[in-house]
Design a protein around this ligand. Structure first.
Ligand code: HEM
Length: 430
């Protein structure tokens, strides 16, 4: 990263802090995305904003915050909001100026997450074939083997890091196998994916550089794999994407490797965070942990509650595609809206006693996989991986507790979780 870029980040943080302070004074509530207090516990700030002004314009980030459950759903399903940044000339020009050739190529050819209908609908339809619920469910025995193998590595250690041992490798191995990547490439593939996770936390400039390098390496890797596979696609996920066809329409080469990278990026860090955040919530509530051990059939419900209570993706964003009046506020074309999933999930209008972690909730209302046209494609897979992970963790380490050293939340405006989560257990993994 160039020195200019580093200075820009530092300058933004300083001005951000100052504006935030002023904003808090004026409105009685504001969110300081870059404060450690926010990273460690954003829920109090979200609650204050939701109660004072659920659709709030922040001078600090020059964007709107949407913090109510209904409001989050409304923004995500309203076609007057989109994600394709290329549509906003001024903003796009500014972005283009900052990008090197590779990043520019990615900006000009967004994955489906950065496209609006109808471009989005076309690609999504073709990709969804590979994520049929029935196909995902059939992966359960293999996921169980991978979890077993990961946990075997604990051996006789009484203290271990659940993120390193299980939460990080599991989604990378699962997606590598689903894509049919050669076994000999798995270690390299996993290393690249872990770099992507490490670099997404913001703050650490060296990690961000490594992430950039790994994401370029992954694109080159997918490009060559797809070229090799065209002649003989096979029946794995990459083969299905190559063969996916509807009414004569197929994915072109760029769309194919963009989609592969998206599936990896969208599915890896999020699932890692779900296992880490969920286990933390469970171990912080010993009564719930005991109840779950006595009733392991509640694990799928517990996973929903984990998703709601400490979502891996705390926010996403949309841009107003036109000038409009929305909930009594005037939005201008190009305005950004930070759609706060974490705040929506804890709206008392959607869930009773939202600040209580309760694995027995009759109905968990959450928007942790998003909502509307971009609703997560990998939700069934993530739920399945988490279910199997918790089944095995509870069975093999029933006396597990957190260590005395408190884990540190790592957050950026969009993701929140742990890089390390150390636990102690008297039971050995064998
Ligand atoms: C706990 C795990 C996961 C969480 C919390 C999560 C969350 C999300 C959210 C919030 C969105 C919507 C983003 C937006 O509207 O801006 C999304 C979209 C998406 N997710 Fe996931 N996700 C998870 C796992 C996965 C997995 C395992 C995969 C695939 C391997 C995946 C693939 C995708 C894709 C492709 C999209 C874009 C869909 C579109 O643009 O139509 N996700 N995810």
């Amino acid at each position: 990263m160039k020195i200019r870029e580093k200075l820009r980040i530092r300058f933004n943080r300083l001005t951000f802090g100052a504006l935030n302070f002023v904003e808090g004074r004026i409105h009685g509530a504001s969110i300081n995305l870059f404060s450690d207090e926010f990273n460690q516990n954003p829920h109090a700030q979200f609650k204050a904003l939701r109660e004072t002004d659920p659709l709030h314009y922040s001078m600090a980030i020059r964007a709107w915050w949407a913090t109510g459950f209904e409001l989050v759903q409304e923004v995500l399903r309203d076609p007057r909001f989109g994600t394709d940044l290329r549509k906003f000339e001024k903003r796009a020009k500014k972005i283009r100026r900052r990008l090197d050739a590779q990043r520019l190529e990615r900006f000009e050819n967004p994955s489906m997450l950065g496209l609006d209908p109808p471009d989005h609908s076309r690609i999504r339809r073709l990709v969804t074939h590979g994520f049929m619920h029935r196909f995902i469910a059939s992966l359960e025995p293999r996921i169980a083997q991978i979890v077993t193998h990961c946990l075997d590595r604990v051996g006789n250690q009484q203290e271990f890091d659940v993120i390193d041992v299980l939460a990080k490798p599991l989604p990378a191995i699962v997606i590598a196998e689903m894509m049919g990547l050669p076994e000999s490439d798995h270690a390299q593939f996993q290393a690249w994916s872990e770099d992507l996770i490490a670099g997404s936390g913001g703050g650490d400039v060296a990690a961000a550089e490594r992430a950039e390098h790994s994401s370029n390496a992954l694109i080159d890797y997918f490009r060559s794999i797809i070229e090799q596979r065209r002649a003989n696609p096979g029946d794995d996920l990459i083969g299905q994407l190559i063969l996916a066809e509807e009414e004569g329409d197929t994915l072109n080469a760029q769309e194919l490797y963009n989609t592969c990278l998206l599936l990896l990026v969208a599915g890896h860090e999020t699932t890692t965070r779900l296992i880490g955040n969920g286990l933390y919530a469970l171990l912080e509530a010993p009564d719930q942990f005991e109840h779950l051990k006595a009733h392991p059939e509640l694990i799928p419900n517990a996973v929903e509650e984990m998703l709601r209570y400490e979502p891996p993706v705390i926010a996403t964003q949309r841009f107003a595609l036109e000038d409009m009046e929305f909930h009594g506020k005037q939005l201008k074309r190009g305005d950004a809206v930070i759609v706060s999933i974490a705040a929506g999930n804890r709206d008392p209008a959607a869930n009773d006693q939202p600040d209580r972690f309760d694995i027995t909730r009759a109905k968990v209302n959450q928007v942790s996989f998003g909502y509307g046209v971009h609703l997560c494609i990998g939700a069934s897979l993530a739920r399945l991986e988490a279910k199997v992970a918790f089944e095995h963790l509870l069975e093999r380490f029933p006396d597990m507790t957190l260590t005395n050293q408190r884990p540190k939340w790592v957050a950026n405006p969009f993701f929140r979780g742990f890089d390390h989560l150390r636990v102690v257990s008297g039971s050995t993994a064998a």
